[in-house]
Design a protein around this ligand. Sequence first.
Ligand code: SF4
Length: 315
Amino acid sequence: MSEIAPVLQVDRLVKHFPVSRGLIRRKVIGMVRAVEGVSFEIARGETLALVGESGCASLNPRMTVGEILAEPMAVHDLHTEAERETRVGELLDVVGLLPEQARRYPHQFSGGQRQRIGIARALAVNPDLIVCDEPVSALDVSIQAQIVNLLQNLQRRFGLSYLFIAHDLAVVKHISDRVAVMYLGKLVEIASKRDLYERPLHPYTQALLSAIPRPDPRVRRKRMLLAGDVPSPFAPPSGCRFHTRCPFAQARCREDEPLLREAGDGHRVACHFYETLPAPSIAAAAGPAAGKFVERLAAFEAAKQARTPTVIPTS
Ligand code: SF4
């Protein structure tokens, strides 16, 4: 961890959602344990990727883009009305859109442009930290690369920190400094990007990474397939939550919950036996899926190298 004070420090965060039943007299019958004792920190200018469950956010279809961007400033009582109007134009310019597009509605923009509007809205209150919840998952690969480039440019320009929530490990590899992996509401591994991709210690992380085919047809390594589905967060398994699917589970794993432990250089992992597990096979076998992935990765790389257009025409 950096010696400079982090911009975000999360300490044993717990989030449970009540589940109720009954039409007239609703009764809480249990809790969905969405987040359970999660701790991490994010330094200034750092991107921490969280590989886990997604949330959702949308732009209000009844508001113009100008109103959408001005709203957070009004809520935080920032600027006069005239200043907000000027700021809306500046924000659109910063994310590569035209100030005059402020009068349009969200449906008049493409998916990539709507993501730019979402980013502009987050920038409206001059944040230190932005939570990017699946910011590129619905976009095609060239637009994904443009948004990732935009986020990285803005990070350099404004010293922003990002909490980047995503499922796509190829995108995560491009944008993150560190990666945290969650399973059933628990943090199971956290490490620098390089360490996590080269030396994954938790079997769940190993399984996730083994699903990424290597862009080298000569590399043929075994994919680690997990048995069964993810158990319900309504009634998570005892002990290690991953034990029902872990190929290395032992009797202790059913009873004793593993804590997140330091494994060197800030790499932390929650597994009783990580030191004695076999070396991971983190590249999948070549095949049709591999070909598709390699194609996609190459397209992403190419699009990322290409110069991001300042203004993207409305579709
Ligand atoms: S603690 Fe046991 S079940 Fe959990 S990941 Fe490690 S080996 Fe697998």
